[in-house]
Design a binder for this molecule. Structure first.
Ligand code: ADP
Ligand code: MG
Length: 165
């Protein structure tokens, strides 16, 4: 049994509904949801767009191997309207990224864990710190709260105060 931390993001369509539906599909096919952050609203990171992103971090327990879990989440993205874009960062209906898997370090062509940019992104660190502030990054040997304090990403990330469901 492994503990996975995932980040879901969306900036087109009915983002909150799509994210909630993907979490339901994760619960039905991938593993038990142990915890979920609030929704956070953020400006696009690394590209410009008028559409704000909705992000949420979740913690799950799953028996799946990392490569298999990645396949499942890619299929959930596609089933929910994800279109494969040429450019790396662009508007998207749903993106699901693996942030951490226990304290594993993975570097394969398909999978880099911990996610290689998580420490540079406020839209990841803020929701993650809400559910896993004490979690240690196995490469930097620092917890999420400490990475959040040191992060120099100045982009605006706001917690959505309305109920999640
Ligand atoms: P991005 O999330 O960078 O915007 P994509 O969602 O299109 O881009 O993912 C591109 C590829 O990144 C995926 O097909 C996957 O194989 C690879 N990848 C590497 N590490 C991870 C990770 N930690 N979580 C999710 N995908 C990853
Ligand atoms: Mg992705």
């Amino acid at each position: 049994l492994k503990k996975y931390y995932l980040l879901l993001g969306s900036n087109i369509g009915n983002s909150i509904n799509v994210i909630n539906k993907c979490i339901e599909e994760i619960e039905n096919n991938v593993g038990v949801i142990l915890n979920r952050s609030s929704f956070y609203i953020s400006e696009p990171w690394g590209f410009s767009s008028n559409n704000m992103f909705y992000n949420i971090a979740i913690e799950i327990a799953s028996l799946l191997k990392p490569e298999d879990l990645l396949e499942y989440i890619k299929n959930i993205e596609l089933a929910n309207g994800r279109i494969k874009n040429e450019t790396q960062w662009s508007d998207r209906i749903i993106d699901i990224d693996i942030l951490f898997i226990d304290n594993m370090i993975i570097n394969t062509p398909n999978l880099t864990v911990p996610h290689k940019l998580l420490h540079k992104r406020m839209f990841v660190l803020k929701p993650l710190s809400q559910i896993a502030g004490e979690l240690i990054h196995p490469i930097f040997n620092q917890n999420i709260n400490s990475l959040l304090k040191e992060c120099d990403d100045k982009s605006n990330v706001k917690k959505l105060i309305t109920p999640n469901i």
